[in-house]
Design a binder for this molecule. Sequence first.
Ligand SMILES: *[C@@H]1O[C@H](CO)[C@@H](O)[C@H](O)[C@H]1NC(C)=O
Ligand SMILES: *[C@@H]1O[C@H](CO)[C@@H](O)[C@H](O)[C@H]1NC(C)=O
Ligand SMILES: *[C@@H]1O[C@H](CO)[C@@H](O)[C@H](O)[C@H]1NC(C)=O
Length: 388
Amino acid sequence: MPEGGYYSSKKTDDICEDVCGQEATRAALSMSRLRCMLRGLDFKAYILLFVIIPTCILGIYVHGQKISYFLRPIWESPPKPFIDIPHYYHENVSMENLCKLHGWGIRESPRRVYDAVLFSNELDILSIRWNELYPYVTQFVLLESNSTFTGLQKPLVFAGNRDKFKFIESRLTYGKIGGRFKRGENPFVEEAYQRVALDQLLRIAGITDDDLLIMSDVDEIPSSHTINLLRWCDDIPPILHLRLHNYLYSFEFLVDNKSWRASVHRYQTGKTRYAHYRQTDHILSDSGWHCSFCFRYISEFIFKMKAYSHNDRVRFSHYLKPSRVQDVICRGADLFDMLPEEYTFKEIIGKLGPIPHSYSAVHLPAYLLQNADKYRFLLPGHCVRERG
Ligand SMILES: *[C@@H]1O[C@H](CO)[C@@H](O)[C@H](O)[C@H]1NC(C)=O
Ligand SMILES: *[C@@H]1O[C@H](CO)[C@@H](O)[C@H](O)[C@H]1NC(C)=O
Ligand SMILES: *[C@@H]1O[C@H](CO)[C@@H](O)[C@H](O)[C@H]1NC(C)=O
Protein backbone atom coordinates (compact mmCIF):
# COMPACT_ATOMS: atom_id res chain seq x y z
CA MET A 1 0.00 0.00 0.00
CA PRO A 2 1.57 3.35 -1.04
CA GLU A 3 2.05 5.80 1.80
CA GLY A 4 0.47 9.23 1.37
CA GLY A 5 -0.63 9.10 -2.30
CA TYR A 6 -4.24 9.78 -2.94
CA TYR A 7 -5.21 8.34 0.39
CA SER A 8 -5.22 10.79 3.18
CA SER A 9 -7.75 9.10 5.39
CA LYS A 10 -6.26 6.43 7.56
CA LYS A 11 -9.70 5.55 8.77
CA THR A 12 -10.88 3.76 5.65
CA ASP A 13 -11.59 0.07 6.05
CA ASP A 14 -8.67 -2.16 5.18
CA ILE A 15 -10.78 -4.22 2.90
CA CYS A 16 -11.73 -1.09 0.97
CA GLU A 17 -8.14 -0.09 0.63
CA ASP A 18 -7.31 -3.46 -0.86
CA VAL A 19 -10.11 -3.50 -3.35
CA CYS A 20 -10.30 0.16 -4.26
CA GLY A 21 -6.85 1.50 -3.45
CA GLN A 22 -5.64 1.18 -7.03
CA GLU A 23 -8.01 3.78 -8.55
CA ALA A 24 -6.05 5.67 -11.22
CA THR A 25 -7.64 9.04 -11.89
CA ARG A 26 -8.20 11.74 -9.33
CA ALA A 27 -11.52 12.42 -11.02
CA ALA A 28 -12.78 9.06 -10.07
CA LEU A 29 -11.49 9.37 -6.57
CA SER A 30 -14.41 10.99 -4.85
CA MET A 31 -16.87 8.71 -6.60
CA SER A 32 -14.95 5.60 -5.67
CA ARG A 33 -14.59 6.80 -2.12
CA LEU A 34 -18.32 7.10 -1.87
CA ARG A 35 -18.69 3.63 -3.36
CA CYS A 36 -16.15 2.30 -0.93
CA MET A 37 -17.94 3.87 1.99
CA LEU A 38 -21.21 2.39 0.85
CA ARG A 39 -19.60 -0.96 0.31
CA GLY A 40 -18.02 -0.63 3.74
CA LEU A 41 -21.40 0.14 5.17
CA ASP A 42 -22.86 -2.80 3.36
CA PHE A 43 -20.20 -4.99 4.81
CA LYS A 44 -20.85 -3.70 8.30
CA ALA A 45 -24.53 -4.17 7.79
CA TYR A 46 -23.91 -7.75 6.73
CA ILE A 47 -21.79 -8.37 9.78
CA LEU A 48 -24.48 -6.85 11.91
CA LEU A 49 -27.18 -8.91 10.25
CA PHE A 50 -25.47 -12.27 10.04
CA VAL A 51 -23.02 -12.26 12.92
CA ILE A 52 -23.81 -9.82 15.69
CA ILE A 53 -27.60 -10.12 15.82
CA PRO A 54 -27.62 -13.96 15.74
CA THR A 55 -24.85 -13.99 18.35
CA CYS A 56 -26.93 -11.73 20.56
CA ILE A 57 -30.03 -13.85 20.07
CA LEU A 58 -28.07 -17.00 20.86
CA GLY A 59 -26.49 -15.24 23.84
CA ILE A 60 -29.87 -14.22 25.21
CA TYR A 61 -31.19 -17.73 24.58
CA VAL A 62 -28.27 -19.38 26.38
CA HIS A 63 -27.78 -16.81 29.13
CA GLY A 64 -31.23 -15.17 29.27
CA GLN A 65 -31.96 -16.72 32.65
CA LYS A 66 -28.65 -15.41 33.96
CA ILE A 67 -29.32 -11.95 32.63
CA SER A 68 -32.77 -11.80 34.17
CA TYR A 69 -31.52 -13.25 37.48
CA PHE A 70 -28.70 -10.75 37.57
CA LEU A 71 -31.10 -7.88 36.97
CA ARG A 72 -33.56 -9.20 39.52
CA PRO A 73 -32.77 -6.50 42.11
CA ILE A 74 -34.16 -4.02 39.57
CA TRP A 75 -37.43 -5.75 38.76
CA GLU A 76 -38.21 -7.42 42.06
CA SER A 77 -37.99 -6.18 45.62
CA PRO A 78 -37.14 -8.64 48.39
CA PRO A 79 -39.95 -10.23 50.42
CA LYS A 80 -40.66 -8.80 53.83
CA PRO A 81 -37.94 -10.04 56.17
CA PHE A 82 -38.82 -12.62 58.81
CA ILE A 83 -38.84 -11.80 62.50
CA ASP A 84 -36.19 -14.14 63.92
CA ILE A 85 -36.92 -15.70 67.28
CA PRO A 86 -33.63 -16.39 69.09
CA HIS A 87 -33.19 -20.10 69.73
CA TYR A 88 -31.60 -21.29 72.97
CA TYR A 89 -30.29 -24.79 73.41
CA HIS A 90 -27.74 -26.77 75.33
CA GLU A 91 -28.08 -30.43 76.22
CA ASN A 92 -27.39 -29.70 79.89
CA VAL A 93 -29.99 -26.97 80.34
CA SER A 94 -33.33 -28.17 81.70
CA MET A 95 -36.46 -27.96 79.53
CA GLU A 96 -38.05 -25.65 82.05
CA ASN A 97 -35.17 -23.21 81.68
CA LEU A 98 -35.12 -23.54 77.91
CA CYS A 99 -38.82 -22.72 77.66
CA LYS A 100 -38.31 -19.78 80.02
CA LEU A 101 -35.43 -18.43 77.93
CA HIS A 102 -37.86 -18.26 74.98
CA GLY A 103 -40.48 -16.53 77.13
CA TRP A 104 -42.67 -19.63 77.20
CA GLY A 105 -43.94 -21.78 80.06
CA ILE A 106 -43.53 -25.53 80.34
CA ARG A 107 -46.42 -28.00 79.94
CA GLU A 108 -47.25 -30.90 82.21
CA SER A 109 -46.93 -33.32 79.32
CA PRO A 110 -45.58 -32.81 75.82
CA ARG A 111 -47.80 -32.31 72.76
CA ARG A 112 -48.20 -35.17 70.33
CA VAL A 113 -46.12 -34.62 67.18
CA TYR A 114 -47.03 -35.46 63.57
CA ASP A 115 -44.42 -35.40 60.86
CA ALA A 116 -46.00 -35.38 57.40
CA VAL A 117 -44.13 -35.52 54.08
CA LEU A 118 -44.76 -35.98 50.37
CA PHE A 119 -42.25 -38.56 49.25
CA SER A 120 -40.57 -38.81 45.87
CA ASN A 121 -37.42 -40.97 45.90
CA GLU A 122 -35.09 -39.57 48.61
CA LEU A 123 -34.65 -42.80 50.66
CA ASP A 124 -31.32 -41.94 52.30
CA ILE A 125 -32.39 -38.53 53.51
CA LEU A 126 -35.73 -39.98 54.72
CA SER A 127 -33.83 -42.45 56.83
CA ILE A 128 -31.72 -39.69 58.42
CA ARG A 129 -34.84 -37.59 58.99
CA TRP A 130 -36.88 -40.29 60.66
CA ASN A 131 -34.01 -41.38 62.89
CA GLU A 132 -33.40 -37.79 63.95
CA LEU A 133 -37.06 -37.20 64.82
CA TYR A 134 -37.89 -40.69 66.07
CA PRO A 135 -37.75 -40.01 69.82
CA TYR A 136 -40.37 -37.26 69.66
CA VAL A 137 -42.75 -38.13 66.81
CA THR A 138 -46.11 -39.77 67.53
CA GLN A 139 -47.03 -40.53 63.92
CA PHE A 140 -44.98 -40.42 60.73
CA VAL A 141 -47.28 -39.65 57.81
CA LEU A 142 -45.98 -40.31 54.32
CA LEU A 143 -47.77 -39.94 51.02
CA GLU A 144 -46.38 -40.96 47.65
CA SER A 145 -47.74 -40.78 44.13
CA ASN A 146 -46.94 -42.68 40.95
CA SER A 147 -46.55 -39.27 39.28
CA THR A 148 -43.88 -36.64 39.76
CA PHE A 149 -45.02 -33.02 40.11
CA THR A 150 -44.09 -32.60 36.44
CA GLY A 151 -46.43 -35.44 35.43
CA LEU A 152 -43.79 -38.11 34.76
CA GLN A 153 -44.55 -41.66 35.79
CA LYS A 154 -42.55 -42.84 38.78
CA PRO A 155 -42.40 -46.09 40.77
CA LEU A 156 -43.73 -46.18 44.34
CA VAL A 157 -40.22 -46.04 45.78
CA PHE A 158 -41.25 -46.09 49.43
CA ALA A 159 -43.61 -49.05 48.97
CA GLY A 160 -40.72 -50.97 47.41
CA ASN A 161 -38.41 -50.17 50.35
CA ARG A 162 -40.83 -50.20 53.25
CA ASP A 163 -39.02 -53.10 54.91
CA LYS A 164 -36.00 -50.80 55.46
CA PHE A 165 -38.10 -48.69 57.85
CA LYS A 166 -39.30 -51.36 60.26
CA PHE A 167 -38.30 -49.21 63.22
CA ILE A 168 -41.16 -46.77 62.62
CA GLU A 169 -43.70 -49.28 61.24
CA SER A 170 -45.90 -49.04 64.35
CA ARG A 171 -45.97 -45.23 64.03
CA LEU A 172 -46.42 -45.06 60.26
CA THR A 173 -49.47 -43.87 58.34
CA TYR A 174 -48.68 -44.54 54.69
CA GLY A 175 -50.79 -43.42 51.76
CA LYS A 176 -50.49 -43.60 47.99
CA ILE A 177 -52.26 -41.56 45.39
CA GLY A 178 -52.61 -41.93 41.62
CA GLY A 179 -51.20 -39.15 39.48
CA ARG A 180 -53.48 -37.23 37.14
CA PHE A 181 -50.89 -37.20 34.31
CA LYS A 182 -52.16 -33.95 32.75
CA ARG A 183 -49.83 -32.95 29.95
CA GLY A 184 -48.39 -29.46 29.85
CA GLU A 185 -49.90 -28.45 33.18
CA ASN A 186 -48.06 -26.25 35.68
CA PRO A 187 -46.29 -28.65 38.10
CA PHE A 188 -47.55 -26.63 41.06
CA VAL A 189 -51.08 -27.89 40.36
CA GLU A 190 -50.08 -31.56 40.83
CA GLU A 191 -48.13 -30.55 43.94
CA ALA A 192 -51.15 -28.75 45.42
CA TYR A 193 -53.32 -31.78 44.61
CA GLN A 194 -50.95 -34.08 46.50
CA ARG A 195 -50.84 -31.72 49.49
CA VAL A 196 -54.65 -31.78 49.76
CA ALA A 197 -54.46 -35.58 49.85
CA LEU A 198 -51.86 -35.30 52.61
CA ASP A 199 -54.35 -33.26 54.69
CA GLN A 200 -56.80 -36.16 54.43
CA LEU A 201 -54.12 -38.67 55.36
CA LEU A 202 -53.32 -36.62 58.46
CA ARG A 203 -56.93 -36.86 59.61
CA ILE A 204 -56.83 -40.62 58.99
CA ALA A 205 -53.68 -40.70 61.13
CA GLY A 206 -55.73 -39.20 63.97
CA ILE A 207 -54.35 -35.69 64.32
CA THR A 208 -56.30 -33.53 66.79
CA ASP A 209 -56.31 -29.92 67.99
CA ASP A 210 -53.07 -28.56 69.40
CA ASP A 211 -51.01 -31.51 68.18
CA LEU A 212 -47.74 -30.32 66.70
CA LEU A 213 -47.58 -30.75 62.92
CA ILE A 214 -44.31 -30.49 60.98
CA MET A 215 -44.84 -29.32 57.39
CA SER A 216 -41.71 -29.70 55.35
CA ASP A 217 -40.13 -31.47 52.44
CA VAL A 218 -38.30 -34.70 53.21
CA ASP A 219 -34.93 -32.95 52.88
CA GLU A 220 -35.82 -30.19 55.37
CA ILE A 221 -34.92 -31.86 58.66
CA PRO A 222 -35.70 -30.13 61.96
CA SER A 223 -33.20 -31.01 64.68
CA SER A 224 -34.71 -33.27 67.31
CA HIS A 225 -34.02 -30.84 70.16
CA THR A 226 -36.02 -28.18 68.28
CA ILE A 227 -39.06 -30.46 68.09
CA ASN A 228 -38.61 -31.50 71.72
CA LEU A 229 -38.60 -27.83 72.76
CA LEU A 230 -41.73 -27.04 70.76
CA ARG A 231 -43.66 -30.01 72.10
CA TRP A 232 -42.83 -29.18 75.73
CA CYS A 233 -43.27 -25.40 75.80
CA ASP A 234 -46.63 -23.85 76.41
CA ASP A 235 -47.24 -20.62 74.57
CA ILE A 236 -45.36 -21.18 71.33
CA PRO A 237 -46.82 -19.31 68.32
CA PRO A 238 -49.60 -21.20 66.47
CA ILE A 239 -47.45 -21.21 63.32
CA LEU A 240 -43.68 -20.94 63.29
CA HIS A 241 -41.26 -21.22 60.39
CA LEU A 242 -37.98 -23.01 60.99
CA ARG A 243 -34.72 -21.47 59.84
CA LEU A 244 -32.46 -24.24 58.59
CA HIS A 245 -28.85 -24.45 57.46
CA ASN A 246 -29.02 -24.70 53.70
CA TYR A 247 -26.78 -27.39 52.19
CA LEU A 248 -26.41 -28.53 48.60
CA TYR A 249 -25.36 -32.06 47.48
CA SER A 250 -24.00 -32.95 50.95
CA PHE A 251 -22.96 -31.42 54.27
CA GLU A 252 -19.77 -30.28 52.55
CA PHE A 253 -21.48 -27.38 50.81
CA LEU A 254 -23.15 -24.89 53.16
CA VAL A 255 -24.93 -22.42 50.87
CA ASP A 256 -26.34 -20.11 53.53
CA ASN A 257 -28.48 -20.24 56.68
CA LYS A 258 -31.61 -18.95 55.06
CA SER A 259 -33.84 -21.95 54.34
CA TRP A 260 -37.27 -20.96 55.71
CA ARG A 261 -40.02 -23.04 54.08
CA ALA A 262 -40.33 -25.67 56.79
CA SER A 263 -42.91 -24.82 59.45
CA VAL A 264 -44.41 -26.17 62.63
CA HIS A 265 -48.11 -25.76 63.44
CA ARG A 266 -50.31 -26.24 66.45
CA TYR A 267 -52.98 -28.11 64.53
CA GLN A 268 -56.44 -26.56 64.29
CA THR A 269 -59.15 -28.80 62.82
CA GLY A 270 -60.78 -27.23 59.77
CA LYS A 271 -58.21 -24.45 59.63
CA THR A 272 -54.73 -25.93 59.29
CA ARG A 273 -53.89 -26.75 55.66
CA TYR A 274 -50.68 -28.42 54.58
CA ALA A 275 -48.59 -25.78 52.80
CA HIS A 276 -45.02 -25.15 51.82
CA TYR A 277 -45.04 -21.38 51.35
CA ARG A 278 -44.76 -18.47 53.76
CA GLN A 279 -47.49 -18.57 56.37
CA THR A 280 -46.34 -16.21 59.09
CA ASP A 281 -43.62 -13.66 59.88
CA HIS A 282 -42.02 -15.56 62.75
CA ILE A 283 -39.12 -17.92 62.32
CA LEU A 284 -37.11 -19.87 64.87
CA SER A 285 -33.36 -19.58 64.29
CA ASP A 286 -30.95 -22.47 63.79
CA SER A 287 -33.55 -25.23 63.82
CA GLY A 288 -32.03 -27.91 61.61
CA TRP A 289 -30.76 -28.76 58.15
CA HIS A 290 -31.99 -28.49 54.60
CA CYS A 291 -29.96 -30.74 52.32
CA SER A 292 -31.03 -30.28 48.68
CA PHE A 293 -29.99 -32.78 46.04
CA CYS A 294 -28.31 -34.90 48.71
CA PHE A 295 -28.41 -38.15 46.75
CA ARG A 296 -26.29 -41.27 46.76
CA TYR A 297 -26.48 -42.11 43.05
CA ILE A 298 -25.89 -39.95 39.98
CA SER A 299 -29.07 -41.46 38.52
CA GLU A 300 -31.07 -39.93 41.40
CA PHE A 301 -29.70 -36.48 40.60
CA ILE A 302 -30.78 -36.88 37.00
CA PHE A 303 -34.23 -38.13 37.99
CA LYS A 304 -34.70 -35.18 40.35
CA MET A 305 -33.51 -32.69 37.74
CA LYS A 306 -36.26 -33.96 35.45
CA ALA A 307 -38.94 -34.36 38.12
CA TYR A 308 -38.32 -30.99 39.75
CA SER A 309 -41.11 -28.42 39.73
CA HIS A 310 -38.80 -26.01 37.94
CA ASN A 311 -37.99 -28.53 35.23
CA ASP A 312 -37.81 -25.72 32.66
CA ARG A 313 -34.33 -25.25 34.08
CA VAL A 314 -33.00 -28.27 32.17
CA ARG A 315 -32.50 -26.13 29.09
CA PHE A 316 -29.93 -28.35 27.40
CA SER A 317 -29.83 -32.13 27.35
CA HIS A 318 -26.09 -32.18 28.12
CA TYR A 319 -26.98 -30.89 31.61
CA LEU A 320 -28.12 -34.45 32.31
CA LYS A 321 -24.85 -36.13 31.28
CA PRO A 322 -23.58 -38.20 34.26
CA SER A 323 -19.96 -37.02 33.91
CA ARG A 324 -21.08 -33.39 33.95
CA VAL A 325 -23.33 -33.97 36.96
CA GLN A 326 -20.46 -35.58 38.89
CA ASP A 327 -18.13 -32.72 38.03
CA VAL A 328 -20.66 -30.10 39.12
CA ILE A 329 -21.23 -31.90 42.46
CA CYS A 330 -17.54 -32.01 43.33
CA ARG A 331 -17.05 -28.36 42.46
CA GLY A 332 -20.10 -27.19 44.40
CA ALA A 333 -21.33 -25.53 41.22
CA ASP A 334 -24.90 -25.21 39.94
CA LEU A 335 -26.53 -28.17 38.18
CA PHE A 336 -28.60 -25.84 36.04
CA ASP A 337 -25.81 -23.30 35.47
CA MET A 338 -27.84 -20.52 37.01
CA LEU A 339 -27.02 -17.44 39.02
CA PRO A 340 -27.91 -17.22 42.72
CA GLU A 341 -31.54 -16.31 43.37
CA GLU A 342 -31.04 -13.20 45.43
CA TYR A 343 -32.60 -9.78 45.64
CA THR A 344 -29.61 -7.47 46.01
CA PHE A 345 -26.53 -7.06 43.80
CA LYS A 346 -24.37 -7.42 46.87
CA GLU A 347 -25.78 -10.85 47.64
CA ILE A 348 -25.75 -12.02 44.01
CA ILE A 349 -22.12 -11.04 43.58
CA GLY A 350 -21.18 -12.44 46.98
CA LYS A 351 -22.56 -15.83 45.94
CA LEU A 352 -21.18 -15.98 42.39
CA GLY A 353 -19.12 -19.04 41.60
CA PRO A 354 -19.06 -22.39 43.37
CA ILE A 355 -20.04 -22.83 47.02
CA PRO A 356 -16.97 -22.89 49.29
CA HIS A 357 -16.15 -26.28 50.82
CA SER A 358 -16.99 -26.73 54.48
CA TYR A 359 -14.91 -29.07 56.59
CA SER A 360 -17.17 -29.01 59.62
CA ALA A 361 -19.17 -32.10 60.49
CA VAL A 362 -20.09 -30.69 63.89
CA HIS A 363 -23.79 -30.36 64.80
CA LEU A 364 -25.04 -32.67 62.08
CA PRO A 365 -27.80 -35.27 62.55
CA ALA A 366 -26.56 -37.88 65.02
CA TYR A 367 -27.70 -40.83 62.91
CA LEU A 368 -25.56 -39.59 60.03
CA LEU A 369 -22.38 -39.70 62.12
CA GLN A 370 -23.32 -42.95 63.85
CA ASN A 371 -23.66 -44.53 60.39
CA ALA A 372 -20.89 -42.65 58.64
CA ASP A 373 -19.86 -45.72 56.63
CA LYS A 374 -23.28 -45.96 55.08
CA TYR A 375 -23.69 -42.21 54.45
CA ARG A 376 -20.13 -41.23 53.67
CA PHE A 377 -21.22 -39.41 50.47
CA LEU A 378 -22.96 -36.82 52.66
CA LEU A 379 -19.84 -35.94 54.63
CA PRO A 380 -17.12 -33.42 53.75
CA GLY A 381 -14.43 -34.76 51.41
CA HIS A 382 -16.56 -37.47 49.76
CA CYS A 383 -18.19 -35.90 46.72
CA VAL A 384 -17.69 -38.81 44.30
CA ARG A 385 -20.97 -40.66 43.75
CA GLU A 386 -21.86 -44.11 42.49
CA ARG A 387 -23.50 -44.18 39.07
CA GLY A 388 -26.41 -46.37 40.30
C1 LIG B 1 -23.57 -32.08 81.43
O1 LIG B 1 -24.07 -32.72 82.58
C2 LIG B 1 -23.39 -33.93 82.88
C3 LIG B 1 -24.11 -34.61 84.02
O2 LIG B 1 -24.61 -33.68 84.95
C4 LIG B 1 -21.92 -33.60 83.20
O3 LIG B 1 -21.24 -34.77 83.51
C5 LIG B 1 -21.31 -32.92 82.02
O4 LIG B 1 -20.00 -32.52 82.29
C6 LIG B 1 -22.10 -31.72 81.57
N1 LIG B 1 -21.60 -31.25 80.28
C7 LIG B 1 -21.37 -29.97 80.04
C8 LIG B 1 -20.81 -29.68 78.66
O5 LIG B 1 -21.58 -29.08 80.80
C1 LIG C 1 -51.16 -44.70 39.19
O1 LIG C 1 -51.86 -45.12 40.31
C2 LIG C 1 -53.27 -45.20 40.13
C3 LIG C 1 -53.92 -45.49 41.47
O2 LIG C 1 -53.21 -46.47 42.18
C4 LIG C 1 -53.58 -46.26 39.07
O3 LIG C 1 -54.98 -46.33 38.86
C5 LIG C 1 -52.89 -45.87 37.79
O4 LIG C 1 -53.07 -46.88 36.83
C6 LIG C 1 -51.40 -45.66 38.04
N1 LIG C 1 -50.84 -45.11 36.81
C7 LIG C 1 -49.65 -45.47 36.35
C8 LIG C 1 -49.26 -44.85 35.05
O5 LIG C 1 -48.93 -46.24 36.93
C1 LIG D 1 -24.30 -20.38 59.18
O1 LIG D 1 -24.32 -20.53 60.59
C2 LIG D 1 -23.20 -21.20 61.14
C3 LIG D 1 -23.35 -21.34 62.64
O2 LIG D 1 -24.65 -21.46 63.03
C4 LIG D 1 -21.93 -20.44 60.83
O3 LIG D 1 -20.80 -21.14 61.30
C5 LIG D 1 -21.79 -20.26 59.32
O4 LIG D 1 -20.69 -19.45 59.01
C6 LIG D 1 -23.05 -19.64 58.73
N1 LIG D 1 -22.89 -19.72 57.30
C7 LIG D 1 -23.26 -18.78 56.44
C8 LIG D 1 -22.95 -19.03 55.00
O5 LIG D 1 -23.84 -17.77 56.79
